[in-house]
Design a protein around this ligand. Sequence first.
Ligand code: MD3
Ligand code: FE
Length: 203
Amino acid sequence: QRVAMGAQAFILPGFANPWLNQLLPALQAIQQQAPFRQMITKGGRRMSVQTTACGELGWVSSDHGYRYCPIDPTSGQAWPVIPSCLLELAQRAAAEAGFNHFHPDTCLINRYLPGARMGLHQDKDEKGFKAPIVSVSLGMSATFLFGGFKRSDRPARTILNHGDVVVWGGVDRMRFHGVMPVGDMPHPELGSQRINLTLRKAG
Ligand code: MD3
Ligand code: FE
């Protein structure tokens, strides 16, 4: 099943489910190597969302702004590799939405504890915008905001649940989007957190 949100933006409900038995333990291992931390926004505020990454590059904030970096500044080491099950899931999901030959070099991992949110923004720290972005939602449900091409465009709302995958690229790649403050309805497996993975081609 494929729910269109735009010409090149799709929700694939439950698409990640067959991979979760492998994916959840792999995520635990990544968190051990590269713990969650809170980045600072360009406005100088601490993000409510906690982040980490895996892949050849990881997204970090510093005094210089946002960038993708091959070294995790917290550990001084390379980021953990993208687990093969996650790569396979991302490529299958991208193909389902019409994007073949997706070769992500990073996965940004966001953790939302109750009350955490993400304001409307565009993803534009990547080097090119031809590749799609594939997002996997895990744990608690959240209300996702799917906006237009101006911040002032009123966004559509849709709920993302554990196992849902969203793929967006092409003409929809630059849409504003965000996440409403997450509630506290603990998930049976993941407890009081929502984890979102976004696979991207950043370099
Ligand atoms: C973008 N993450 O990390 S991903 C981010 O749930 C980010 O953590 C959010 O935005 C999160 O940069 C949302 C899912 C998503 C879905 C549809 C979109 C992003 C989208 C449609 C257009 C643009
Ligand atoms: Fe984003």
